[in-house]
Design a protein around this ligand. Structure first.
Ligand code: ARG
Length: 466
């Protein structure tokens, strides 16, 4: 009798004694899946309503169940609920408390369902809500970039390839590059949400159920478009969790590149931006230092998010259909990646909005490194009819000449330039200035301020609907 008491209340019928402490420790997920309490209760209420509607349970029992579940919700939200490791997970913690509150009617709630479809419902709802939050956070970041792009549509800076200066661009254009990047992340989030429109509720353990359930009804009640079409698949896959992690990993990787740029730009050597005190820290030993810690941590946390993606892919690989307990390992990865990404997005949005742009330093750097050499080559093609390869060669000699004389390209005299090619005349100087170089790049998506402003207008219109 005593032994029987120690076994699990929910499925303990066939066990002679309670699980060993180690088994309990490895088996229990309540430490983390308690996060799903609201989704679990919502799913159970929808399930009970459907059971009553279809005559599987009585309306009276359903009312008791719904009332009890709402009480549990308040208890959890008030911090008054006692979670028990012995009860393994959120599903059994809730159901056991329901039995305490309403007695035998609680036992009818689990008719025509299994924890396998229950957890699939709960986690899908959680992932969907989280992705919706991520979409809003991404929109905030994009909006912050649009403001900076507008302010600096004509601010010149060096554009880099391999990090040395390549060609002058505008800071507004560089900001708009990130608008496109995070815009794609946003569309990936939307795609993932779209695939979460199907409800696995009613798949039960894996085979469906003989009870006359109405899966369309529960799908609608839980905000899904329709029920899933295969009960085995419904409880087998965690690809929506993988999608959240994949989207998070790509977005985190993008954020880490931006973080790295901020780290570089905020060094005294570059001096392109100054971070506000809110997003930097001092050094405990070197009083002159102001460190971009928030950017560095965004860069670093990417490792953690990417790790979670690889972690869950590895959990899922090789699992036979349908449910295996391995899948319980999906939650910590997703919870931590989501929380980390939310923080990264918030920190980056703050930094982008707050940082001071040093337009003088950007301008000075934009003209260094013979950044307008391509403009000279293009001029030779346009005005002197040279094939681009020849123009490239002549320009290379002009750069070598300027380098030897320690001059900027536009400081070479016309006589000097003429020795390189007789067709060069003084009109060439206008294309050698950084401002004109930038202004000339009017191709669609190019760096000309007019073009940048066009793309800003496009995004300002598109973003509210995104
Ligand atoms: N805690 C479990 C999980 O997260 C719930 C499903 C348990 N199902 C089972 N057949 N053991 O996966």
């Amino acid at each position: 009798m005593n032994e029987k008491k120690a076994s699990n209340q929910m499925w303990g019928g066939r066990f002679a004694s309670g699980p060993a402490a180690i088994m309990e420790a490895i088996n229990a997920s309540i430490g983390f899946d308690r996060k799903l309490y609201a989704e679990d209760i919502r799913g159970s209420i929808a399930h009970s309503e459907m059971l009553a509607q279809t005559g599987i349970i009585t309306a009276a029992d359903q009312q008791k169940i719904a009332h009890g579940l709402n009480t549990i919700l308040s208890e959890i939200e008030a911090g008054k609920f006692e979670f028990s490791k012995k009860l393994e997970d959120i599903h059994m913690n809730v159901e056991s408390r329901l039995a305490e509150l309403i007695g035998p009617a609680a036992g009818r709630l689990h008719t025509a369902r299994s924890r396998n479809d229950q957890v699939a419902v709960d986690f899908r709802l959680w992932v969907k809500a989280e992705l919706t939050r991520t979409a809003e956070a991404l929109k905030g970041l994009i909006a912050a970039f649009l403001v900076r792009a507008e302010e600096h549509a004509a601010t010149v800076m060096p554009g880099f390839t391999h990090l040395p200066t390549a060609q002058p661009v505008t800071f507004g254009h560089h900001c708009m590059a990130y608008v496109e990047t995070f815009g794609r992340d946003l569309s990936r989030v939307r795609d993932a949400i779209e695939r979460l429109a199907e409800s696995p509720h009613g798949a039960a353990a894996l085979a469906g159920t003989g009870f006359p359930i109405d899966r369309h009804m529960t799908a609608a009640a839980l905000g899904f478009r329709e029920p899933t079409r295969n009960s085995i698949d419904s409880v087998s896959d965690r690809d929506y969790a993988l999608e959240l992690l994949a989207v998070a990993a790509i977005c985190a990787t993008h954020l880490s590149r931006l973080a790295e740029e901020i780290v570089i730009w905020s060094t005294p050597q570059f001096g392109f931006v100054r971070l506000s005190d809110s997003y930097s820290t001092g050094s405990s030993i070197m009083p002159q230092k102001k460190n971009p810690d928030a950017a560095e941590l965004v860069r670093a946390k990417t490792g953690r998010v990417n790790g979670h993606l690889v972690g869950l892919l590895t959990v899922m690989k090789g699992l036979p259909l349908a449910y295996s307990k391995d899948m319980q390992e999906d939650k910590e990865a997703v919870f931590d990646a989501a929380e980390t990404l939310d923080l990264m997005l918030a920190a980056m949005t703050g930094m982008v909005g707050d940082m001071t742009i040093n337009t003088d330093a950007m301008k000075k750097a934009a003209g260094s490194g013979y950044s307008t050499a391509t403009d000279l080559a293009d001029w030779l093609v346009r005005e002197a009819g040279l094939p681009f390869r020849d123009a490239h060669h002549v320009t290379g000699r002009a750069v070598a000449m300027a380098e030897a004389r320690k001059l900027r390209l536009e400081k070479l005299s016309l006589d000097d330039l003429k020795t390189l090619h007789p067709a060069i005349d003084d009109r060439v100087f206008s294309v050698l200035s950084v401002a004109n170089s930038v202004k000339s790049r009017t191709s669609f998506g190019g760096t000309a301020p007019a073009e940048v402003r066009k793309q800003i207008r496009y995004w300002n219109k598109r973003l509210p609907k995104a």
